[in-house]
Design a protein around this ligand. Structure first.
Ligand SMILES: *[C@@H]1O[C@H](CO)[C@@H](O)[C@H](O)[C@H]1NC(C)=O
Length: 128
């Protein structure tokens, strides 16, 4: 079953004069094993520690725009995460990529270790 999150776009706050005038697309959630071959996996968010009970998030391009985790059924329920090589993601406490944040680069088997258990409700990703 595909979950299509509501497209909430967030432009990265930047003081640069050359802000890219396009909103990055959000990622799409998949259950493990159902990833489209056209998409690249960017992030795995899991309700349990050690990457168990997960959703796979894919996108066709980087950066990945603000993606609502709560809308896919993991509201304040993510306990472990993993990015793929070459991708760094930022988790946010609100559903709209605001609030407290936690950068993820690689695998974190227990978000409690960084004080971020059951806190994430949205994310963005960039190439590392
Ligand atoms: C992410 O981790 C990789 C591997 O440890 C490292 O080479 C890279 O610099 C890191 N990227 C960021 C943005 O921290």
């Amino acid at each position: 079953m595909l979950f299509r999150p509501i497209a909430l776009f967030a432009l990265a706050a930047s003081a640069s004069a050359s802000i890219i005038a396009r909103a990055a697309a959000p990622a799409v959630a998949h259950t493990p094993g159902s990833l489209s071959t056209l998409a690249i996996q960017v992030l795995e968010t899991c309700v349990d520690t050690n990457l168990n009970n997960c959703l796979i998030w894919s996108a066709t391009t980087l950066p990945v725009g603000c993606t609502n985790i709560a809308a896919a059924g993991q509201a304040s329920d993510v306990s472990s995460v993993s990015t793929v090589a070459g991708v760094v993601c930022t988790l946010f406490s609100s559903t709209t990529c605001t609030g407290t944040s936690q950068i993820i680069n690689g695998t974190l088997n227990a978000l409690a270790v960084v004080g971020y258990d059951n806190t994430a409700n949205s994310f963005t990703c960039v190439s590392s």
